[in-house]
Design a protein around this ligand. Structure first.
Ligand code: SF4
Ligand code: SF4
Length: 285
């Protein structure tokens, strides 16, 4: 089973939820944690895994042999990302734009294109106690994160319950992280901005046919929260948990300490959340 944790916007407490949930679940099950927020992975700050391996992840980009090239322009026509341009006596490859699809090499009539590896980031694996840990670290300045997210997800062990920490938003990296998930927790905050981004994330879940529920972090009642509640009722999405603002929780967060390891009340709350999601999933089967 794969449970993803996502949010329409950054800073909602998504990683707090994902890491604490993994820690309570790990008491009873084999758990794998996959940090797919590869632009800013920070789950390791809370889970503190011992990393056992680190390997570069590449994408294939074209290299043109100008001795064979006839400057026919087919490669540029084929490329949907404007990553290759053919001039009168030159072919330019814009590597940061290249998605490594291989289309130009496939269609080149002169077989003048070979593919070379371009590193985009690191795939690191290890263990945080009983939790198998995997994360991706995108190279600084690199824009193309989906292939690295895909590499992180290829490490999913079907025998374990996988917790996927997705990046915030609803763009391609989030789609890549959520694809194939059995359930998704959307973490939001009770503000008009939070609601706006939650609605976008909910539409994404619908398109991906992934069931989900909402956690309202920094719950404080009021108009903002009423708006989120009304929206969830209208969309028939369960509110799984309301997390009130808690000074102790915030202090632990600032020190990179998981709440469930220090605050029994929060351990009970996350244990209840885990039980609720798992029993709902069992019933849905
Ligand atoms: S398709 Fe091949 S031969 Fe044609 S311009 Fe591109 S690299 Fe050159
Ligand atoms: S590999 Fe794909 S994205 Fe990259 S230049 Fe070739 S056609 Fe364009």
């Amino acid at each position: 089973m794969i449970i993803a944790v996502a949010s329409g916007k950054g800073g909602t407490g998504k990683t707090t939820v994902a890491t604490n949930l993994a820690l309570v679940l790990a008491r009873e099950r084999e758990i794998q944690f996959l940090d797919c927020d590869v632009e800013e992975p920070n789950a390791h700050l809370f889970l503190k895994p011992e990393l056992e391996s680190s390997e570069p992840v590449h994408i294939p980009v074209p290299q043109v042999d100008l001795e064979r090239c006839t400057y026919c322009g087919i490669c540029a026509e084929v490329c949907a990302f404007n990553a290759i341009m053919v001039g009168q006596e030159t072919v330019l490859v814009f590597e940061p734009l290249c998605h490594g699809c291989g289309g130009c090499a496939y269609f080149c009539p002169e077989k003048a294109i070979k593919e070379i590896d371009r590193p985009i980031g690191l795939l690191e694996k290890g263990a945080a106690g009983e939790i198998a840990f995997v994360h991706g670290k995108l190279n600084p300045g690199e824009a193309l994160s989906p292939p690295l997210i895909s590499a992180v997800k290829q490490a999913i062990d079907p025998a374990a319950l996988a917790i996927v920490d997705a990046s915030p938003g609803a763009s391609c990296p989030v789609v890549e992280a959520l694809r194939g998930s059995d359930y998704c927790i959307l973490v939001t905050e009770p503000t008009p901005f939070g609601l706006n981004d939650l609605a976008i994330a909910v539409e994404l879940l619908k398109k991906l046919h992934i069931p989900g529920g909402v956690i309202i972090n920094r719950s404080m009642g009021g108009e903002g929260e009423a708006g989120v509640e009304q929206y969830c009722r209208r969309e028939n999405i369960p509110i799984l948990l309301r997390m009130p603002w808690d000074r102790e929780l915030a202090a632990l967060y600032a020190r990179g300490e998981p709440a469930v390891e220090h605050l029994p009340a929060w351990r009970d709350i996350f244990t209840g959340l885990a039980g609720q999601i798992l029993s709902e999933r069992e019933e849905a089967r």
